[in-house]
Design a protein around this ligand. Structure first.
Ligand code: MG
Length: 252
């Protein structure tokens, strides 16, 4: 019996060692032709290549609407995601000819492409009350489209992580900011760490610590082949990359 258990444990360990990380397209698959960061096309293209997930960034505008974009101030303009209205922001045309999408439009598209997981980053806002409100509105939108079960949440703001945790206790929420150990993340009830390459280079031991605590590890933004190999060997659960097809080829 004991030997059987030991054998099973050895098999599990071996299995874990060979488990491949899942691929997340960072800001969607925007490096593909005719795509753009956080565009609807970037989600479709991540879906088309069979990425596990597609990451995107959500802001709450001055008029309390939700839009999908990365930078606080859109490059080449003075349009600030928190200070402008949704109308002003969605008038911005992305490099692929699309307008900046509302979260609503993004989720509607995701409904048509059920294979790809949504990795939703809520951007840190200027105060905690606005973050709490944004979290409520995001959850309401996810529920409206019945997408809660297909969505993981990621935030730099610990306040935002905890606001989501209250609203969606069963959803996986990952912390991005890199300054908390797996033990702290476990105590906070979050699903894991989603840290930069630099942080995990400084703390490679956090991967095993996280796994021993039942947490998961995602790393961003891994674009170089040698870095992809390093994090595959380190045994992370997810790799977030701007080049998902390159990572797919490496994992084959
Ligand atoms: Mg992001």
């Amino acid at each position: 019996m004991k030997r059987g258990l030991l054998f099973a444990a050895a098999l599990l360990t071996a299995g874990a060692a060979f488990a491949q990380p899942k691929i997340i397209a960072h800001r969607g698959y925007w490096t593909a032709p005719e795509s753009a960061q956080n565009s609807l096309a970037s989600f479709s293209k991540a879906d088309a290549i069979g990425a596990y997930g597609s990451e995107f960034d959500v802001w709450m505008t001055a008029d309390d609407k939700l839009v999908v974009n990365h930078d606080k101030v859109y490059k080449g303009t003075d349009i600030d995601m928190e200070k402008a209205t949704a109308k002003e922001i969605t008038n911005i045309v992305l490099p692929n000819g699309e307008n900046i999408p509302t979260l609503d439009a993004y989720l509607k598209l995701a409904l048509e492409k059920p294979a790809t997981r949504l990795i939703l980053e809520m951007k840190s806002l200027s105060d905690f009350n606005r973050e709490d409100l944004a979290a409520q509105k995001i959850v309401k939108a996810l529920k409206k489209y019945d997408l809660v079960d297909r969505t993981d949440i990621i935030c730099f703001s610990l306040n935002a992580c905890l606001a989501f945790k209250k609203l969606l206790p069963d959803t996986k929420i990952y912390y991005l900011n890199g300054d908390l150990s797996p033990h702290s993340i476990k105590r906070l009830g979050l699903a894991g760490i989603d840290y930069s390459e630099n942080v995990l280079h400084k703390h490679p031991e956090w991967v095993k610590q996280a796994h021993d605590l039942g947490l998961e590890v995602n790393v961003w933004t891994v674009d170089k082949e040698e870095e992809m190999k390093y994090f595959i060997d380190l045994g992370v659960d997810y790799i977030t990359t701007n080049y998902p097809e390159q990572l797919q080829a490496l994992l084959k």
